[in-house]
Design a protein around this ligand. Structure first.
Ligand code: HEM
Ligand code: SF4
Length: 748
């Protein structure tokens, strides 16, 4: 069978093909033991290829730790991750934008390489689990053919850029933020100023200051659409938000930044974060800590200073032409629909549809249980979208999927079709639609089963949803498996995160309650952390607390106000009612987790991979040099001497760039500049000189650079490749000497 690379060559952007080829070569180099565990880990993380729970080959079966049989000997894809162990693949879907074609490809990939389930995350990505590392290049190629990249889906990079799922259709938005989110995504992806962060960097776009679709407060960088007095477009910009164990609200950076300045500003902020953000202590490395340490005024001043020094880039404004031309086209005319006498449909319509600002159209939401859809459902959804709405589909931060531009008159038929594929449940955005991170099912850091609890809660609540008071029905529950908050429990009415407690010498799964967040104004107030409740009792706790709210609320008091009024003291009795754990002999159920038959144990927790290790930029550049050298050797074997020669030369330039960048981060990357900068900063300065070889290896680069008249003979190519190998070695030795210097120069 022809390879996916050959089959998709015509349909794939050459840049994406090059990137995936490079990744595939790195995979090969790792297999040959030529790349170290740490470096390969960060390489694959930056392409969205993660570890998964139990991938260290250990699993506790409730009685003792057992070794799982992954067959690949000592080979690892990270310090603690065995080669053949299944892994997770995070696929970036900028602002959640899907299409029937994308859904079909994702469904095929899930079926062929994973467990036939696609998972929508709280940042509008799609994740596949149980993927084998050797399948990842093909998987990436098939995604690239439909314009999707998993590049920088993880690691210390700019993550998926999110935006309101209603953008362009929302009645309350200032303007459609979609083309701006797309421009920022293109501009920041792989940008040289975003490659040296100490931690991840999350960006979002919101169409208004009021609603919580964009969740600006919890992002490193958030833009909220705004018009100035002259009606010109721009954004209020917020920085330094984030959840995790220590949640921070983003701070206002600027009331109004005109549209043509949003990209340079993002670039300047990235530079400041890369230069001054913490690199060693991972727990303090997010931008929120830098903003907090300096204070917003000093942070702003530093960014403005940086902005003034930035060299002009045409990409800053080139996208504005696209903005003007941007607009989604509906597939058919929008036709209004009055009330119907179908109660089931009307219940779904009330919770799962939204009247667009374009008359006669609605956004319809398919409620995904726990954010999952199967491969079969994915294909069926694609078919439905083709028939009803021209294929305008987006994932949401509440882990659902929306179909935009549905003619209202089609809603009853659409509902029936969604029901037929198991995605027509009512209750989107209500208490039955529980958000959850992957937790102990697949996440290495999970403490308690967030998905188990979320499934239990949503089933129990859905079974009685008709009897629920509307004031309770409108509440939201979000669950995380640990304090890292991937389920965004800080922004729920009722949030929970997994913890464990020791009782009689055994561990008992618990969830700590975080109550009463206010989601309005882009989630401007996080919930209060209250006590821990045994996992078993959380559903009863939810019932009790919501009943108390109905009994005790004053007038029209909202749930967050009620929680605030009660405070920790007022909530203590209800917590105490549920916090006791009976001895195991009386009730064993407390000692197991939801939907997990094993006796509870936390020894499966591994080292988190989401953030990877901090690998400096020079390591990456040198690794790229090695990869190019490897590519050159392959070309030599294939008797393509011209390619072997040119790739070897490119490898030397790459290694030189790695070193020059330690002295001049912004160096231009054309060959003449690189070689001249290398000569003055590394060679003439003596930094590159070796005690034994002196500057000999540098001469290899100078000679090749000056010798433009090449004959491309086999012998010459072979020699150059040998010289390249020595030059790269010398670059590593030079790196080690630079590291020993007290402080690395970063000047201009
Ligand atoms: C592969 C397993 C994962 C690991 C090891 C992991 C790890 C982490 C860590 C350590 C944080 C805290 C960030 C900080 O304090 O700087 C975090 C935050 C977060 N993660 Fe994950 N995560 C994983 C999967 C997920 C998934 C599947 C989602 C989406 C459902 C997700 C979404 C988020 C969100 C929304 C936050 C909070 C926002 C913020 O970054 O501050 N993560 N994650
Ligand atoms: S909150 Fe914890 S358990 Fe859940 S995905 Fe994040 S790191 Fe894993």
């Amino acid at each position: 069978m022809t390879s996916w690379k050959e089959r998709l060559a015509e349909r794939t952007d050459p840049e994406l093909t090059r990137e995936i080829d490079a990744y595939q070569q790195q995979l090969e180099l790792r297999k040959q033991g030529k790349i170290e565990d740490n470096l390969f880990q960060e390489t694959r993380l930056r392409r969205g290829v993660y570890g998964q729970r139990y991938d260290n080959g250990q699993r506790h079966d409730g009685i003792a730790q057992r070794t799982l049989g992954f067959p690949c000997g000592d080979l690892r894809k990270g310090p603690e991750t065995l080669w053949d162990a299944p892994g997770m693949m995070r696929i970036k879907i900028p602002f959640g934008e899907l299409s029937p074609e994308r859904l079909e490809v994702l469904s095929d990939l899930a079926e062929e390489y994973s467990d036939a389930v696609c998972h929508v995350t709280t940042r509008q990505d799609i994740q596949l689990h149980y993927v084998h590392i050797e399948d990842t290049p093909d998987l990436m190629r098939r995604l690239a053919a439909v314009g999707i990249t998993s590049r920088e889906a993880c690691g210390n990079s700019v993550r998926n850029i999110t935006a309101c799922h209603k953008a362009g259709c929302c009645r309350g938005e200032t303007f459609d933020v979609t083309p701006y989110a797309r421009a920022a995504m293109r501009f920041l992806l792989g940008h040289q100023d975003t490659q040296d962060f100490g931690r991840k960097f999350k960006v979002t776009f919101s169409g208004c200051a009021g609603d919580a679709c964009g969740l600006t407060s919890l992002h490193d960088l958030g833009y909220i659409a705004k018009l100035d007095e002259q009606g010109r477009r721009g954004f209020a910009v917020y920085v330094g938000g984030g959840l995790g164990p220590v949640p921070y609200q983003a701070k206002l950076f600027d009331e109004f930044v005109p549209e043509e300045q949003i990209l340079p500003l993002a670039q300047a902020i990235s530079r400041v974060f890369a230069r001054y953000g913490e690199k060693k202590n991972r727990g303090r490395a997010r931008m929120k800590f830098l903003v907090h340490k300096w204070g917003i005024e000093d942070f702003r001043a530093e960014v403005i200073k940086e902005l003034e020094q930035l060299p002009e880039d045409p990409a800053w404004t080139a996208f504005l032409e696209e903005v003007a031309a941007y607009g989604e086209q509906p597939a058919k005319p929008g036709e209004a629909l009055g009330p119907t006498d179908d109660a089931l449909f009307e219940a779904w319509r009330a919770s799962n549809t939204y009247r667009q600002r374009q008359s006669g159209y609605a956004i319809a939401m398919a409620t995904l249980p726990l954010g999952d859809f199967t491969s079969q459902q994915g294909r069926q959804l694609a078919d439905i979208a083709r028939r009803y709405n021209g294929g305008h589909i987006r994932g949401t931060v509440d882990q659902n999927i929306v179909l935009r531009w549905v003619s209202e008159a089609d809603l009853p038929a659409l509902h029936a079709d969604l029901q037929a594929i198991g995605l027509g449940q009512a209750g989107a955005g209500t208490i039955t639609d529980v958000t959850s991170c992957p937790g102990t099912d697949t996440c290495k850091l999970g403490i308690a089963s967030s998905r188990g609890l979320a499934a239990e809660l949503s089933e129990r609540l859905a079974a009685k949803s008709e009897q629920l008071d509307p004031k309770v029905r409108e509440l939201q529950i979000k669950v995380s498996g640990c304090f890292n908050s991937c389920g965004q429990h800080h922004i729920a009415d009722l949030g929970f995160y997994g913890v464990s407690r020791k009782m009689e010498g055994t561990t008992v799964p618990h969830f700590r309650a975080v109550l009463g967040a206010r989601r309005e104004n882009n989630a401007h107030e996080y919930g209060q952390t209250i006590g821990a409740i045994p996992s078993r009792r959380v559903p009863e706790f939810v019932d009790r607390l919501t009943s108390l709210y109905l009994e005790q609320r004053e007038g029209e008091e909202r749930f967050p106000d009620y929680i605030k009024r009660l405070g920790k003291k007022g909530l203590k009795p209800v917590l105490e009612e549920f916090s006791k754990v009976p001895p195991k002999a009386l009730d064993r159920s407390y000692y197991t987790d939801w939907r997990d038959a094993r006796e509870f144990n936390i020894s499966d927790i591994g080292t988190g991979e989401c953030a990877g290790a901090v690998i400096s930029r020079i390591d990456f550049d040198l690794q790229e040099a090695e990869r190019l050298h490897f590519e050159g050797q392959i070309a030599l074997e294939e008797h393509d001497y011209r390619k072997a020669d040119e790739t070897a030369y490119a490898a030397m330039l790459e290694a030189a760039k790695a070193l020059v960048r330690t002295q001049k981060p912004d160096v231009a990357t054309d060959a003449d500049t690189l070689v001249s900068e290398f000569r003055t900063r590394l060679y003439d300065s003596g930094l590159f000189q070796d005690r034994f070889a002196g500057g000999k290896f540098a001469q290899y680069l100078f000679r090749r650079h000056e010798d433009r008249d090449r004959a491309y003979r086999e012998d010459d190519a072979r020699h150059l490749l040998e010289e390249t190998q020595l030059f790269i070695e010398a670059a590593y030795a030079c790196q080690a000497r630079l590291d020993e210097q007290p402080q690395r120069a970063t000047g201009a």
